[in-house]
Write a protein of this length. Structure first.
Length: 159
């Protein structure tokens, strides 16, 4: 966390990087027997936050790589493929500084350690274990989180 502490001093902007599947829609503008024209859109009723653009981009890339439903035909390490594509596309428009590239493995580790599905949303989440007073599962989750923080294994993408 000490390595990531300089992020606190970075400029912050209004961000809402949630372009997940449940926030996408498609409308039909014109339909004929031969072709269909449609419009894609994004809606989201969550509240926006403030963050620096680097953190928002990395966290959004991880979310997109893990949360979207991708075709079953895709094979291999899908998370790495999506994460790589997302971050390369992002960097083609707004490059990361060398300092940000150095922060990346640490930000990835923290995001991975405190992955909200594991903490809150999954059926076997830490919060559900705590609510059910299953201290054995709570302890196991705390160990998993600790190991994720301590491992700092190489993230699926090198920036």
């Amino acid at each position: 966390m000490a390595i990531l502490s300089p992020l606190k001093a970075q400029p912050r902007y209004t961000v809402q990087g949630d372009i997940s599947f449940c926030n996408l829609y498609q409308t039909c503008l014109k339909e004929t027997t031969k072709d269909k024209e449609s419009l894609l859109g994004i809606f989201n009723f969550n509240r926006c936050g403030d963050n620096n653009l680097f953190c928002d981009a990395v966290m959004l890339a991880i979310f997109e790589a893990r949360l979207m439903e991708y075709p079953k035909a895709l094979t291999g390490d899908i998370e790495s493929q999506i994460l790589t594509s997302f971050l390369r596309g992002y960097c083609s428009v707004r490059s990361f500084s060398e300092e940000q590239k150095n922060w990346y493995p640490y930000l990835y580790a923290v995001t991975d350690a405190f992955w909200s599905a594991d903490i809150k949303w999954n059926e076997d989440s830490l919060m559900n274990a705590f609510k059910n007073k299953d201290m054995k599962k709570v302890h196991r989750w705390l160990e998993v989180i600790w190991q994720r923080l301590m491992s700092l294994k190489r993230p699926p993408v090198n920036l």
